[in-house]
Write a protein of this length. Structure first.
Length: 317
């Protein structure tokens, strides 16, 4: 903490390296600190929960400025696959998860793809990747927010558009011949109905949310299947249980800080397993790994971002 420039903490975005544990404790995915003191308060509370924080620059602008460049990297341009999508809505606003998105041509994200290609080649990375960019309205440039080296929440959307990175990874693991996938379907939509309904309701009201649901026709959605309703039933039961807990339990929130909510709050409880693995930053690119053992007692803030294995955007909270 003493080595960090307090000026850089003002207005910063505080991102947990283990978003699921952070959400279970505080009922929020992340936080934005207006002052250095708020950042320090979050670091102390997060440390007590056994979760490290990454300090990132906040890029302004609405959710539809977010783009995702995803695929499977092999180190060979002939067999590396690419897919791009644009977020159209997000919930909760600003720092939530994508609720409505559309596949876009790679030409639309050409500068982002080229920057990501150089990064992956420099790292000699091989496997599934999902990179999040935001077009900065101040200069029009794509700013890299993170790279997740794992399948993402909406990976099946890419598959249905024609980029089956999961099968490509399977063949690669078995040493079978690979070939680049594509072209993929452009202009296809994907929606998460429950969260998209709330996204529209909060921004434009209930009537607009109801009318907006008509636009879901023809869009792919990630949960419900007539031939496999189990995941959808589980998702509904989780939502109901969270709502029931709200009346009797509230997440611990440090001070009067501005929070980034998922929904209107959620029940949570302190970490009851003090010796669970602690996620720490691995390098300047922000790659996170788990280190087992007793936690030290000092708050940890890490400056960075970029490549991250932390479960973040488009990972179920």
């Amino acid at each position: 903490m003493a080595t960090l420039d307090r000026k850089r903490l003002e207005g910063c975005f505080l991102k947990p390296t283990d978003s699921q544990r952070f959400f279970a404790r505080f009922g929020v995915k992340a936080a934005r600190a207006a002052t250095a003191d708020e950042a320090v308060a979050w670091a102390e509370k997060s440390h007590e929960a056994g979760v490290a924080l990454v300090v990132q620059e906040y890029v302004p602008g609405p959710g539809d400025l977010h783009y995702y460049v995803e695929g499977y990297a092999t180190g060979d341009p002939q067999t590396t696959s690419w897919f791009a999508r644009r977020r159209l809505r997000i919930y909760p606003p600003d720092f939530g998860n994508s609720t409505w998105m559309r596949s876009v041509p790679l030409d639309e994200v050409a500068p982002a793809k080229e920057a990501l290609r150089r990064l992956l080649e420099h790292l000699e990375f091989r496997g599934i990747f999902s990179a999040e960019f935001k077009r900065d309205p101040r200069d029009g440039e794509f700013k890299l927010l993170e790279v997740n080296a794992r399948p993402w929440w909406y990976v099946e959307f890419a598959v249905r558009c024609g980029i089956d990175v999961v099968y490509q990874g399977y063949r690669d693991a078995l040493g079978l011949p690979l070939e680049a996938l594509g072209p993929y379907d452009v202009g296809r939509s994907c929606v998460y109905p429950y969260y998209d309904f709330h996204a529209v309701r909060e921004s434009r009201g209930l009537s607009s949310a109801v009318l907006n649901s008509l636009g879901w026709l023809g869009a792919w959605q990630p949960i419900f299947r007539w031939n496999d309703p189990g995941p959808a039933l589980k998702a509904v039961s989780d939502i109901v249980l969270r709502r029931l807990r709200r009346s009797s339990a509230h997440p611990e929130r440090p001070g009067d800080l501005r929070l980034l909510r998922l929904g209107r709050g959620s029940g949570g409880h302190p970490d009851r397993h003090p010796r669970l693995p602690r996620v720490v930053q691995n390098n300047a690119l922000g790659a996170a790994h788990r280190a087992h053992g007793q936690r030290d007692r000092r708050p940890r803030l890490h400056q960075g971002g970029g490549l991250s294995r932390a479960r973040e955007d488009d990972a179920h909270p």
